[in-house]
Design a protein around this ligand. Structure first.
Ligand code: HEM
Length: 383
């Protein structure tokens, strides 16, 4: 099966109805009003217009995901903030994920999971990459909340994070009180240790570093919650899909010989997979997007997946035009804060596979009915 077909299977496994619907709407026009869904934006230029116009569009209005998150995570976790408060917190956090810091963090936490992956590949054994990336993401969460942890804790941290994110479903606009209570309990397993690390102020720990950057405890815990919610499943979705795509298109053996092309492949695979396939906004002031007039209270569905895929098939040799560049990490004031960390985690796994001489995919299964499209398992063996 071709790379594009496998990707389509991954998307359909997660959203058998919504994926064809969203892609079909994109074929009708760049901006289309769809009853009961909202105004669907499927091209990069109008998507950027919406994401960067903070007076016209908000993440916190009616029908936005903030409605769903806020009862669980509290009112100040970046994703559900706007305006001055949001800008102030982003400013304080701007010195957090410096390239040096994320490289050190990643090298520290990835050492064990990557050594295990290297050993399995070197021994010629089949390895499922999904739990490997899950362990890495869990180890990063432990580090972010200030827990010096071992493998069992990684799994617990990952489970606590996904207990919250798995409550978000397409079409769900409110959580029941029981769901809110479950989500709060799961999150407290992560914010509890973060509060302790903040109180100790160890600058080696991420919460301690946030204290040094001038964040209050409430702000630091909000930021930790935002990292955990946004930076976990996206990676566990993306990294196996990257390896699968590179394998299916013949780029994996090519990268073993030309590792300097790895960044092009990573970035093109992000464009082709779009781990966070849609972004939502609520209209705050009358605007025109394309030729569609929108009014306060309207919902805007930015189909990043259509805007990115519009460029065509997987081709790391084709540069991305400016309007499309990094759109999969958002645009404007909510642009992904964790991009440098995501990049370091992605390269850690890819570089380990390349250092082992590449790998062949020997078995895979797609995840069904999940929010973020993903493989449930991707088994590889040394090529
Ligand atoms: C491949 C992996 C990732 C992808 C594709 C991704 C994508 C995105 C996108 C599209 C947004 C903007 C959403 C919007 O405007 O509605 C976002 C925001 C965010 N991301 Fe990422 N992300 C990834 C990994 C991470 C990681 C590893 C972290 C941190 C540990 C992280 C932290 C954040 C935070 C905190 C925000 C909210 C920023 C704000 O609202 O000001 N992300 N991400």
């Amino acid at each position: 099966m071709t790379a594009a077909r496998w990707e389509r299977r991954v998307q359909l496994g997660a959203h058998p109805l919504a994926y064809p619907l969203v892609r079909g709407i994109g074929r009708i026009g760049p901006v289309v009003r769809v009853p009961r869904v909202g105004v669907v934006v499927s091209e990069a230029a109008p998507a950027r217009q919406v994401l960067t116009d903070t007076e016209g569009f908000t993440k916190t209005g009616p029908g936005s995901p903030a409605d769903l998150w806020t009862p669980v995570v509290g009112p100040s976790v970046l994703l559900n903030m706007e305006g001055d408060d949001h800008a102030r917190l982003r400013r304080k956090l701007s010195g957090l994920f410096t390239p040096r810091f994320v490289d050190q963090l990643c090298a520290r936490v990835a050492a064990k999971p990557m050594a295990a992956l290297r050993a399995e590949l070197a021994a010629g054994r089949a390895v499922d990459l999904v739990p490997v990336v899950r362990d890495l993401a869990g180890a990063v969460i432990c580090e972010l909340v200030g827990l010096r942890a071992d493998r069992a804790d990684f799994a617990r941290a990952f489970a606590a994070a996904t207990a919250v994110t798995s409550m978000v479903r397409l079409g769900r606009s409110r959580l029941t009180p029981a769901q809110v209570a479950r989500g709060r309990k799961a999150l407290s397993e992560l914010t509890g240790p973060a509060a302790e690390a903040f109180a100790h102020g160890d600058p080696e720990s991420v919460p301690g570093r946030m204290r040094e950057l001038g964040l209050s405890e409430q702000e630091a815990l909000g930021a930790v919650a935002a990292f955990v919610l946004t930076g976990t499943e996206t990676l566990v979705s993306y990294v196996p899909r990257l390896i699968a795509l590179a394998h299916d298109t013949g780029w994996l053996p090519r990268l073993v010989a030309e590792p300097e092309r790895a960044d092009d492949v990573v970035s093109e695979a992000l464009r082709f997979t779009v781990p966070s396939p849609v972004m939502l906004r609520s209209v705050a002031a009358e605007r025109t997007i394309g030729d569609v007039r929108v009014r306060p209270g309207d919902r805007v569905v930015i189909a990043t997946i259509s805007a990115a895929k519009g460029l065509g098939g997987f081709d790391p040799d084709r540069p991305h035009p400016p309007e499309v560049q990094r759109l999969w990490f958002g645009a404007g004031p909510h642009f992904c804060l964790g991009m440098p960390l995501a990049g370091a985690e992605i390269r850690t796994v890819l570089d380990t596979v390349l250092a082992a001489g590449g790998a062949a995919v020997v078995d895979r299964k797609v995840a069904r009915r999940v929010l973020i499209p993903a493989y449930r398992s991707l088994v590889v063996r040394r090529a």
